[in-house]
Design a protein around this ligand. Structure first.
Ligand code: NAD
Length: 296
């Protein structure tokens, strides 16, 4: 069993680190917040006094942090302190540019590195059912894979450095756009006197079928487990969806790709967040879509 340093023990990192402990690994954890450290201790991890102390002697280092600037700050500190032959994995969702910079930093110190953002949310983190989208060299991925398998059920090697982040933001751009599309269809159906169930029964078995409809339906009723049945409590908060759409638009600009629907989706979620709804599940966007009637 490996010695694993885990840095960033928030809503995602906390349960992911707990799953590595459950799998029999020695986990040395660190977070800036005392409550997160206390929870990790209760889950069976050893707690280090700093990120640098956590990585000392570790064969694997995992970071799960809010954004690119946090990842670069932590990697700048810990990479030079890592053991020869160790691998560092970042599972945060960050911008592609920072992911490339993080890989370059690791390469400069001769450390193998993988970007491995996740899909599956806090439920997936707790249940060890996350999907990991990985970018990095074949050898680094091979080192990371057995560790990721203890925290997820699908591990995809998407390509070289940054490919995992690229896959993540492309996927979430589809999700953000498709949730608005499904919401518009229900809002129109309501105006046309169509019941939610009738539209669901048709679209879920027709060409309108998609995950936003069949697994995460934005109206209560047809999919009992969707946040619409629980007052739009997240789930996946609007602020996080907006973060990912913003990353996709930054990447599109930098790469010279046209993503007009992605751009429009970003504007729509931004307006919803500005209306004080950032903490609401992103499927709550249907309320905003309904309110647009008569304003466009
Ligand atoms: P979070 O804010 O709950 O956790 C981040 C943790 O990092 C916090 O506990 C914070 O104290 C810690 N941290 C920040 N700077 C640090 C530093 N310098 N040293 C040590 N610890 C530090 O966020 P989260 O929901 O766990 O998300 C983590 C990442 O995963 C984000 O990039 C997010 O976009 C991504 N993600 C989240 C979800 C979700 O549903 N929450 C789903 C997929 C991906």
């Amino acid at each position: 069993m490996a010695t694993i340093a885990f840095i960033g023990l928030g809503n995602m990192g906390g349960p992911m680190a707990a799953n590595l402990v459950k799998a029999g690994h020695k986990v040395v954890a660190f977070d800036l917040v005392e409550a997160s450290r206390a929870q990790a201790r209760a889950d069976g991890a050893d707690i280090a006094d700093s990120a640098v102390a956590a990585v000392s002697g570790a064969e694997v280092v995992v970071t799960m942090l809010p954004a690119g600037k946090h990842v670069l700050a932590v990697w700048t500190e810990v990479v030079p302190a890592m053991s020869k032959g160790a691998v560092i994995i970042d599972s945060s969702t960050i911008d592609v540019e920072s992911a490339h910079a993080a890989h370059a930093l690791a390469a400069k110190h001769g450390i193998a590195s993988v970007d491995a953002p996740v899909s599956g949310g806090t439920g997936g983190a707790k249940g060890a059912t996350l999907t990991f989208m990985c970018g990095g060299e074949e050898g680094a991925f091979a080192q990371a894979r057995p560790i990721l398998e203890k925290m997820g059920k699908k591990i995809v090697h998407c390509g070289g450095a940054g490919a995992g982040q690229a896959a993540k933001i492309c996927n979430n751009m589809i999700l953000g756009i498709s949730m608005i599309a499904v919401s518009e269809a229900f809002a129109l159906g309501e105006k046309l006197g169509l019941s939610h169930q009738a539209l669901f029964d048709v679209a879920s078995t027709s060409s309108g079928q998609c995950w936003s409809l069949t697994s995460y339906c934005p109206v209560p009723g047809p999919v009992p487990a969707s946040p619409a049945n629980n007052d739009y409590k997240p789930g996946f908060a609007t602020a996080l969806m907006l973060k990912d759409l913003t990353l996709s638009q930054d990447a599109a600009k930098a790469a010279g790709a046209a993503t007009p629907l992605g751009q429009h989706a970003q504007e729509i979620y931004k307006a919803f967040e500005a209306a004080g709804q950032g903490g609401v599940d992103f499927s709550g966007i249907i309320q905003h879509v309904r309110n647009l009637a008569g304003t466009t």
